[in-house]
Write a protein that binds this ligand. Structure first.
Ligand SMILES: [Fe+2]
Ligand SMILES: [Fe+2]
Length: 278
C-alpha cells in the first residue's frame, strides 16, 4: 500500500527562506497522510521559530525519529515532547552517549544536550522505541537501524570521538535513515549520513529491494570530503539514479556545488521553508 501523498517540509536547516530562522541543524516534517513524523529536531531555537511561522502544529505530530544523537539533531527534544502527549519516539539507544568533536586539540562536547536527555528520560517507556535493527513504522515507512559500512571511500565525515582525549573514534553506530515507499519509488531521509550516503542508500536497497530510489534528502556530511570521495559518491549516485537529490544541512556548500555541477538538475539543494511532494 502506498501513501496517498508524501509531503516533506524542511523545518530547520543551515539555510532558510526569508523570514525563517537558519541554524546549524536539521529537522524535516514527513507527512504521509496517515502519519505526521518529525525527523530530527535541530538544536531547538530554529524549530521553535519556524514551526509556527510555517503554520505547523507540533502537537499534531505522532512520531519523532532521531537520526543520531548529535546536539544539532536532538536539541529540540524538550520542545517537541512538551508539545505532544502522545508522540512516539524512535532512535538507536546510542543517541544518549557522550561524544566529542576534536579540532586543533580542542575537544567540544557535541552530544544530545542534558535537557533533551532529561525530556527523553521522562517519556513513558511505552512511547520510547529503541531501534537496534530495521523496523517498519507502518507498511510504507521504514527505519534502517544501524547501517553497514561497506564502501571503501566513506567514513563518518569528521573528527568524532567518544572521549575528550580522542583515544576512541566514534563510529556513530546510532546513525539511521528513514524511507517511505511512494508510487514513484523510495524517498529517503538522512540526518548527517555519518554511515556514508552511499552505504545508507545501499542498505535501503537491500532492505527494500525491487523498488527504485526516487529521492534522497538531508545532510550528506561531505563538508570535509576528499575529491576522491566526492567522485566516488557522484559515480554511485549516477548508478543508483534517484530522480532527485536534495542536499542540505552538513553537506557543505562546496560539495553541494560539486554535486550540482556533476549531476545537474537531479540536485535540488534544500533549505528551511521548502516543501517537496511525491
Ligand atoms: Fe548534523
Ligand atoms: Fe551529526
Amino acid at each position: 500500500m502506498s501513501p496517498e501523498k508524501l509531503r516533506i517540509t524542511v523545518l530547520v536547516d543551515n539555510h532558510a527562506a526569508p523570514g525563517l530562522t537558519a541554524e546549524h541543524g536539521l529537522s524535516l516534517l514527513i507527512d504521509t497522510g496517515r502519519h505526521r513524523i518529525l525527523f530530527d529536531t535541530g538544536q531547538g531555537p530554529a524549530l521553535a521559530a519556524n514551526a509556527p511561522a510555517l503554520g505547523i502544529d507540533l502537537s499534531r505530530l505522532d512520531t519523532l525519529v532521531l537520526s543520531h544523537g548529535h546536539y544539532d539533531h536532538t536539541g529540540g527534544l524538550p520542545l517537541v515532547l512538551g508539545s505532544s502527549d502522545h508522540i512516539a519516539v524512535y532512535a538507536h539507544a546510542g543517541v544518549v552517549q557522550p561524544r566529542y568533536s576534536i579540532r586543533d586539540g580542542q575537544a567540544r562536547l557535541i552530544s544530545m544536550p542534558h535537557e533533551a536527555m532529561a525530556a527523553l528520560d521522562r517519556l513513558d517507556s511505552d512511547r520510547l522505541h529503541w531501534v537496534p535493527t530495521p523496523v517498519w513504522l507502518d507498511s510504507t515507512i521504514g527505519l534502517t537501524g544501524p547501517i553497514e559500512r561497506r564502501t571503501r571511500f566513506e567514513d563518518t565525515g569528521g573528527p568524532f570521538f567518544l572521549d575528550p582525549e580522542g583515544s576512541r573514534a566514534d563510529p556513530i553506530v546510532d546513525d539511521l535513515a528513514l524511507w517511505v515507499r511512494t508510487g514513484e519509488g523510495l524517498v529517503v531521509c538522512v540526518g548527517c549520513s555519518h554511515a556514508g550516503l552511499i552505504n545508507t542508500l545501499n542498505q535501503i536497497r537491500r532492505l527494500d529491494p525491487d523498488r527504485p530510489i526516487r529521492a534522497v534528502i538531508g545532510g550528506f556530511h561531505l563538508v570535509a570530503a576528499s575529491e576522491e570521495r566526492l567522485a566516488h559518491t557522484v559515480a554511485a549516485l549516477r548508478d543508483i539514479a534517484p530522480r532527485s537529490v536534495m542536499p542540505c544541512h552538513c553537506t557543505g556548500d562546496g560539495a553541494t556545488a560539486f554535486l550540482k555541477e556533476t549531476l545537474g538538475a537531479m540536485v535540488q539543494p534544500a533549505s528551511a521553508g521548502m516543501t517537496f511532494q511525491f
